[in-house]
Design a protein around this ligand. Structure first.
Ligand code: HEM
Length: 502
């Protein structure tokens, strides 16, 4: 070998070594960024008290954001959690780098009790992508977000209106009738049937879902210290919640058995049928398929959990704002009267004309901000954001409320003002910061359904009834608004529904 060739080989090897060294240093630099700001860890409890010190957890969250900035770290029990606030940081992380932050953290105790960490909400990676694709395509086939579903929703709207009529103008709580109706819309899609308003199984199921959501709220210590579940007795309610979840699973399994018995490949009528059809196509013993009975149970549970309480609580907030703001309610009624009349129910085709009604629904979604802290995300790999090193799998909580209540975005976020979404030409505007269903890769799978339900139920209710506080009383936001974790729902309040046409 001549000396020129030898020199060339040596310099190439050296060059490659230098490139590798630089690459290692760059990667190391990315992974050893600055330390995230946040309160110091307190042994045993972590920083749980930081969220419990104020009369309302939203005040604590704003206090922490003001002190530590838009991205900070907290310890809930022994586990670190990163909270991301404000639209800029949320856009940077969950939209611009959405794929990198699209995983869920390892299933927490709550998810394990609920559905073994399977289903759609708790899963990550390929399983999540494939399930989401299948679920959305299947639900779209059954009319999700389309006018074909309207007929089924209208059937529930009519039953709901007649339930409200049965109250005979006496004071009542809205949450119970609307939860049954909204649960029934999911029932149509999932198993092709619906429940009566008195059905005990349905009531048990709905009760289990709301108890579960309360249980997994961010303050529940057993979620972060799972060892506490072995304490004798049921101090943290874990045994009672496990029992309730088991009853619901038993019920879902009964529904699946009924579907398996009458299964006909040529007649796929609902989500369970469609899933069974996929199950039959794959040999579950040989492949690691996501089309197993376990997954089916978990997805059905997820769809009911994610789709019922959220929509019915938003509707309950809407009924509060209607009854407490007669000026706004009248304006909505006038709009419906002008464009739809009173002879038929409003349809989704009327949406384009019912701009103020739409703006009202948007303002309810914004101000009630029912999902204060979104479902936890996790980075799919070690990442670096604004110089901070963020390890793979860590829990990241998007603070949706910080965006929906940001004075820099809304000016007067504390005021209920539907006009903020209507421009000078009378057209509806949707600011980027309007994110009640969150945003990015992992946004709400049921947004179009929820929007459709809210529009059809709210417009029909105002068309037929005038909502009012009980005789001689007023409804004040201060009396119903408090947040201490989980879904932000109003404290129970009474209202009356007076028929507009007899
Ligand atoms: C007003 C009603 C609703 C609100 C405000 C709402 C809000 C949200 C939010 C904030 C998330 C978390 C997004 C994230 O991971 O960061 C979510 C996820 C989800 N929602 Fe909704 N939601 C509503 C109704 C529904 C309905 C009707 C369904 C039903 C079918 C549904 C199904 C889901 C599912 C399956 C997920 C998990 C998606 C995933 O992990 O990829 N939601 N929703």
């Amino acid at each position: 070998m001549n000396t020129t060739l030898f020199g060339l080989i040596v310099s190439t090897i050296l060059g490659l070594l230098v490139v590798c060294l630089i690459a290692i240093l760059v990667l190391k630099q990315r992974n050893t960024g600055r330390k995230l700001p946040g309160p110091a860890w307190v042994p045993l409890v972590g920083n749980r008290n930081e969220l419990k010190n104020d009369p309302d957890m939203r005040i604590s969250l704003r206090r922490l954001q003001n002190k530590y900035g838009d991205i900070y770290k907290l310890y809930l029990g022994p586990s670190p959690v990163i909270v991301v606030c404000g639209y800029d940081a949320i856009r940077e992380i969950f939209i611009k780098r959405g794929i990198e932050f699209s995983d869920r953290p390892a299933a927490a105790l709550g998810a394990i009790i609920f559905n073994g960490g399977k289903g759609i909400t708790a899963v990550s990676g390929k399983t999540w992508k494939n399930q989401k694709k299948f679920i959305l395509a299947t639900l779209r086939n059954f009319g999700f977000g389309k006018s074909t579903l309207e007929t089924k929703i209208h059937r529930e709207v009519n039953l709901f209106l007649s339930e409200i009529g049965k109250r005979n103008q006496a004071p009542f709580h809205m949450i119970s009738p609307i939860a049954t109706s909204v649960g029934n819309v999911i029932s149509h899609l999932v198993f092709g049937g619906h429940f009566s308003y008195e059905d005990a199984r349905f009531k048990t199921m709905m009760d289990a879902f709301s108890s579960f959501l309360r249980f997994v709220s961010v303050g529940s210590p057993v979620i972060f210290w799972p060892i506490l579940r072995f304490i004798p007795g049921d101090l943290f309610g874990i045994k009672s919640i496990t029992r309730k979840v088991q009853v619901v699973k038993g019920f879902v399994n009964e529904l699946i058995d009924e579907h398996l018995k009458k299964f006909d490949e040529r007649n796929i009528e609902d989500f369970i049928d469609a899933f069974i059809s996929e199950m039959k196509k794959v040999d579950n013993r040989r492949s690691r398929s996501i089309f197993t009975r376990e997954y089916l149970v978990a997805i059905v549970m997820d769809l009911f959990l994610a789709g019922t309480e959220t929509t019915s609580i938003t509707f309950t907030w809407a009924s509060f704002y209607l009854a407490s703001r007669p000026d706004i309610q009248n304006r909505i009624f006038e709009e419906i009267n002008e464009h739809v009349g009173t002879e038929r129910l409003p349809s989704i085709h009327d949406k384009q004309n019912l701009v103020y009604t739409e703006a009202f629904i948007m303002e309810v979604l914004r101000i009630s901000s029912i999902v204060v802290l979104s479902v936890a995300h996790a980075p799919v790999t070690d990442v670096c954001i604004r110089g901070y090193r963020i390890p793979k799998g860590i829990r990241i909580l998007p603070d949706i409320h910080s965006v929906l209540s940001d004075p820099k975005v809304w000016g007067d976020p504390e005021n209920f003002r539907p006009e903020r979404y209507v421009n000078e030409e009378g057209k509806l505007i949707k600011p980027d910061e309007f994110i009640p269903f969150f945003t990015g890769k992992r946004n709400c799978l049921g947004e179009s359904l929820a929007q459709m339900e809210l529009f059809l139920f709210i417009s029909a209710l105002v068309q037929r009834f005038k909502l009012m506080p009980p005789e001689g009383e007023t409804l004040d936001i201060k009396d119903v608004d408090k947040y201490s974790g989980g879904i932000h729902s109003p404290k129970p309040f009474y209202l009356r529904a007076i028929p507009r046409h007899v």
